[in-house]
Write a protein of this length. Structure first.
Ligand code: PCA
Length: 215
């Protein structure tokens, strides 16, 4: 028996009717990806509750790979997040009304963690599949970064588990509420997550291609 994959998506927030991260994750529930079954869980957009649920899901599923997915409205590409920072600085209240400002995720934790997924190989496979993708060096300072940081903090004690975070653009039905905002059809988002997972499973030593950018 091979290890399952744990895939998480978020509930809608900020007045949206859907969250494409959850819509995509939902469509991959139970799928067999190269011999690894996909287990899914929805995480709340809540600083106070979300890591408890993530921790619970990891304890139940005991995955070999954890991929958390979130919405990044305004971005035009699938963002493979490289860095989680130990900071919460919320522009808007979360779904439970909390709005931490300049607070640590883990008061005794390091300033940042890197993803333990082979992001370059994932980028290459996504690009080869015709899906717009990039390496991102900021997952923001809201609930997604909070979950990404919390995940990597947890995985310090789980050497057999690899994990990381992926941000996805709006889907077209959302973009109508945000004139000019880019979007990606849900079928591409679902395929992107599938391709990213397959690349992560197949790669132990990452490629050395550039994923950097100038400022
Ligand atoms: N995106 C938000 C939180 C939930 C989500 O899908 C973020 O980028 O922090």
């Amino acid at each position: 028996m091979t290890n399952p994959i744990l895939l998480t998506g978020f509930a809608p927030f900020d007045g949206e009717a859907v969250n494409p991260s959850w819509e995509a994750v939902l469509r991959l529930a139970g799928e067999d990806i190269d011999g690894h079954r996909v287990a899914i869980v929805q995480l709340p957009v809540s600083f106070g509750d979300t890591l408890r649920l993530l921790r619970q899901a990891i304890a139940e599923v005991r995955p070999g790979l954890v991929l958390c997915v979130g919405q990044a409205g305004g971005r035009s590409r699938i963002s493979l997040e490289r860095v989680a920072i130990n900071l919460q600085d919320a522009r808007i209240p979360d779904n439970a009304g909390a709005q931490p400002i300049d607070a640590a995720v883990e008061p005794d934790g390091p300033a940042a963690y890197f993803s333990s997924l082979p992001l370059k190989a994932m980028l290459r496979e996504l690009t080869d599949a015709g899906i717009p993708a990039e390496i991102s060096h900021s997952a923001g300072t809201y609930v997604c970064n909070h979950v990404f940081y919390g995940l990597m903090h947890l995985l310090r004690d789980e050497p057999a588990m690899r994990g990381g975070f992926l941000h996805v653009p709006y889907v077209p039905e959302q973009a109508v509420r945000h004139p000019g905002a880019p979007s990606l059809a849900l079928e591409y988002v679902v395929q992107a997550v599938r391709v990213a997972l397959r690349a992560a499973l197949a790669t132990r030593v990452d490629l050395r291609i550039s994923g950097g950018s100038e400022c």
